[in-house]
Design a protein around this ligand. Structure first.
Ligand code: ARG
Length: 468
């Protein structure tokens, strides 16, 4: 008993070492300060592993009960904040194992049979990340619902649609917002697809080559709810594709959110004046009393940088690693955790903020009508009268040039003036040259005139009750 105790004041690997680890090395190599967030997954993974070891007769029933009892106590200690995490014990795996061995010197030392920290850490991250991914998917869906509801209430809110940030054609606010709902739909698909690959059990790969002991990986997979079991033990411990995929999907999500944030910043300027964000979701300036700043939107845009940074970081860490496990891979966690914290926070706050945005409908409508935004409608009118589109485009361009010279808008021209450009133009042109007609007329699938149908399709996809 004495020797066992003394052994574990040293490291769990102390056997082949004659010197203690330098303090600086302990500080440099530790990951406990950040990987402690995996503690529950580590414990639950160990319980499943111990259960399998006992089912297989590798440990006795008594040893199994001691291990389970000890892990249960450790769980309580961590939950209540009593557990002392120790940097000298490097990481969450050794902190927990060491605590178990202190409680149960013999049985505790059997828990790590047919396991290595290499497959254990891969298990913990996968286990944790699959839950996180499910939460992110729910958060995205919640935000899509918020946007779809706002769109529903703004089917008649006309605004300018832009290309090159120049007014292009009138659209509805509903149509514009639903473009983001589509982007988030793809984001959800990407996370859902990645989930299939996250959901692979690496435990049982051991250090890299498997084990001579008669383990049962199916049992562990079943207990932990993993759908697949890794097919190659070398790959199982050296694979971090699932981390890269999660961060890559998150980078695309952040790119979408950042584009949206940028629009909110623009729209809240005096120059645009399309929206007002409620005081509770803006901040003031410490020097300019008149200022109300869209800091939340700016920070969402800004935080996109750190998520992209995490992607480059993990890709670079992995790029030249020989098989199988290398300690470099410990560097996967901080970027991953930072991305998780960032996107869950961003999704929460943007969803909340969106319900506190007032849309300045009059201003949007007024700007939509300016700047010859109905020129395409005029060209398409000519097409319906039989003119080839390229010619219609040219004629309309001439008309616009004429209007600019006269400081007039298209609908202000007399029929005689129109006829100077084309005989095909009749009195029915006037009913086409209103922004309402323009918006309503674009009935092609996915177009502005078809948004009500788009909402119906989306409400179904998002499991929202269909509104009559
Ligand atoms: N803390 C390590 C990590 O995060 C756990 C695996 C350590 N394995 C080893 N052979 N040193 O990657």
């Amino acid at each position: 008993m004495e020797t066992i105790e003394r052994d574990f004041i040293k490291k769990l690997w102390a056997g082949r070492f004659t010197e203690e680890t330098a303090k600086s090395v302990e500080e440099f190599t530790q990951s406990i300060l950040f990987d402690k967030r995996l503690w529950l997954f580590d414990i639950v993974g160990s319980i499943a592993h111990a259960t399998m070891l006992s089912e297989q007769g590798i440990i006795t029933k008594e040893e199994y009960s001691e291990i389970i009892g000890g892990l249960g106590e450790i769980e309580q200690e961590i939950k209540s904040g009593k557990f002392k995490f120790d940097e000298a014990l490097e990481d969450i795996h050794m902190n927990i194992e060491d605590a178990l061995i202190k409680k149960s010197p013999v049985a505790g030392r059997k828990l790590h049979t047919a396991r290595s920290r290499n497959d254990q850490v891969a298990l913990d991250i996968r286990f944790y990340l699959s839950g996180v991914t499910e939460t992110v998917i729910i958060q995205i869906k919640d935000f899509q619902k918020t946007l779809t509801n706002i769109a529903q209430n703004n089917l008649e809110t006309i605004m300018p649609g832009y290309t090159h940030l120049q007014r292009a054609q009138p659209v509805t606010l509903a149509h514009h917002l639903l473009a983001y709902v589509e982007m988030f739909e793809r984001d959800k698909e990407r996370y859902t697809d990645a989930l299939k690959r996250i959901d692979t059990l690496p435990l049982g790969a051991c250090a890299l080559a498997g084990t001579t002991l008669n383990i049962n990986r199916e049992s562990v997979a079943r207990q932990l709810g993993f759908k697949r079991i890794s097919g190659n033990s070398i790959d199982a411990v050296s694979d971090r594709d699932f981390v890269i995929e999660f961060i890559s999907n998150s980078s695309i999500l952040m790119m979408h959110l950042s584009r949206m944030a940028e629009e909110l910043v623009l729209w809240s300027t005096k120059e645009f004046s399309f929206i007002e964000i409620a005081d509770a979701y803006t901040t003031g300036s410490s020097i300019m009393p008149q200022k109300k700043n869209p800091d939340v939107a700016e920070l969402i845009r800004g935080k996109t940088g750190r998520v992209y940074g995490a992607l480059v970081s993990i890709l670079t860490t992995m790029k030249a690693l020989p098989l199988a496990y290398n300690r470099d891979m410990q560097e996967d966690k901080e970027p991953l955790f930072d991305v998780i914290d960032t996107i869950t926070h961003v999704l929460h706050v943007i969803n909340e903020m969106f319900t506190h945005i007032k849309f300045n409908k009059e201003r949007m409508r007024k700007t939509a009508a300016e700047g010859f935004s109905l020129a395409t409608d005029l060209a398409e009118y000519l097409v319906t009268k039989g003119m080839p589109f390229r010619s219609a485009h040219e004629v309309t361009g001439n008309i616009v040039g004429y209007c600019i010279g006269k400081s007039m808008d298209l609908h202000e021209l007399t029929i005689e003036e129109f006829k100077k450009f084309s005989d095909l133009i009749e009195n029915d042109i006037y009913s086409r040259l209103t922004i309402e007609a323009s918006v309503r007329g674009r009935k092609s699938y996915g177009g502005t005139g078809e948004v009500e149908e788009q909402i119906k399709r989306l409400r179904k996809e998002l499991d929202m009750e269909i509104e009559e």
